[in-house]
Design a protein around this ligand. Structure first.
Ligand code: SAM
Length: 325
């Protein structure tokens, strides 16, 4: 099946890696890309995993891509009409602006003339048309419930500490770890944002946290979402886990300031990365956030597949490392 992904515009690079990883986990590959759009081929039945998306807003069965309005209308003439009621939804992406309501009516009329039953309020099938750099059309398969992420905002959880990452980012990072079924480890889990998302995605998880009060708070958060309290008090530099026992690591290093001695920072990263390599299964990924450039230390243990920068505010730029063992 050819899938058409509509990606977050706010975190587009991350969303694109999430979609590419999704395809590769299910034996597929990306075939085409455009602004906030990725088209890929996938041979397996994957619809049971769409609920895991973090920064992928929608996925459709790809029908066609084209470059002009004339071609779009021409291609609509040959769309196969599905059983049930149909509607067309047009979305402008980026700078491109078409009169979406008018075009939805025009394209709907083409389908109606071909015998489709049209319902805007209660459709059984939605044909999506995205005006990106080019035009892409697909039959909608899944729309991510983005409100759920707002409802799980860190400050709305029973246990809160400033500095927790956003749930939709946490979820995207877990997807980027590329685990179909298996165990995600967050060895510096804090309030448990990553663990909660992994658990709600149906993955097994383990959390490690240095401070008792935070580990206990994390347990309270996990329990609040009906998840097992799989958190232990421990040290990322010396984890009580067997070699090769986890399928992916997703974590967020403490944002260390220059007030910490360089030796202390070096010791944390070098020991933690050595431990990541030890506990990770072969060919799996460690995905982590940090405020530091630690390429040299990472390269001692991993291949850096991606490194992204996110400017949070004037004095804090987050690095996202995606590393392969
Ligand atoms: C940036 S915070 C993680 C925030 C977390 N992602 C969340 O959503 O709440 C880093 C966490 O690592 C913990 N930590 C610091 N040093 C550690 C160590 N050596 N071993 C385990 N955890 C550690 C800190 O207590 C802190 O909770």
């Amino acid at each position: 099946m050819r899938l058409l992904f509509y990606l977050s515009g706010e975190f587009e690079e991350l969303a694109r890696i999430e979609a590419e990883t999704f395809l590769s986990v299910f034996g597929g590959a990306a075939k085409d890309s455009d602004i906030q759009i990725l088209v890929g081929e996938c041979s397996e039945e994957v619809s049971g995993y769409f609920h895991r998306f973090g920064l992928i807003h929608e996925v459709s069965e790809h029908l066609f891509s084209c470059t002009s309005l004339e071609e779009l209308k021409e291609r609509f003439e040959s769309i196969e009409i599905p059983d049930g009621k149909v509607c067309v939804r047009v979305r402008n992406i980026g700078k491109r602006k078409v009169d979406s309501l008018r075009l939805e009516r025009e394209l709907g009329a083409i389908l109606w003339r071909k015998g489709a039953r049209i319902s805007v309020s209660e459709p059984d099938h939605i044909i999506k048309v995205y005006f990106s750099g080019r035009i892409h059309a697909g039959a909608l398969l899944h729309e991510t419930d983005r409100k759920q992420f707002l409802l799980r905002r860190p400050d709305l959880k029973p246990f809160f500490r400033p500095g927790a990452i956003l749930p939709r980012i946490a979820r995207s990072l877990v997807n980027i770890a590329g685990i179909r079924e298996g165990i995600v480890l967050d060895p510096m889990c804090g309030t448990g944002t990553i663990l909660v998302e992994a658990g709600l995605m149906g993955l097994e998880f383990i959390g490690i946290e240095a401070y008792r009060v935070i580990a206990e708070g994390c347990s309270i958060n996990l329990q609040y979402y009906g998840l097992p309290k799989n958190v232990v008090i421990g040290d990322v530099k010396n984890m009580g886990l067997r070699d090769g026992s986890v399928d992916g690591i997703v974590t967020d290093f403490p944002y260390l300031q220059s007030t910490k001695s360089l030796g202390e920072i070096h010791e944390l990263y070098s020991s933690a990365l050595k431990e990541f390599e030890r506990v990770l299964r072969e060919n799996s990924r460690a995905v982590f956030l940090t405020n530091l450039d630690v390429d040299d230390l990472v390269k001692e243990h991993f291949e850096i597949e991606y490194k992204l920068y996110q400017r949070l505010h004037k004095s804090l730029t987050r690095r996202i490392y995606v590393c392969k063992k």
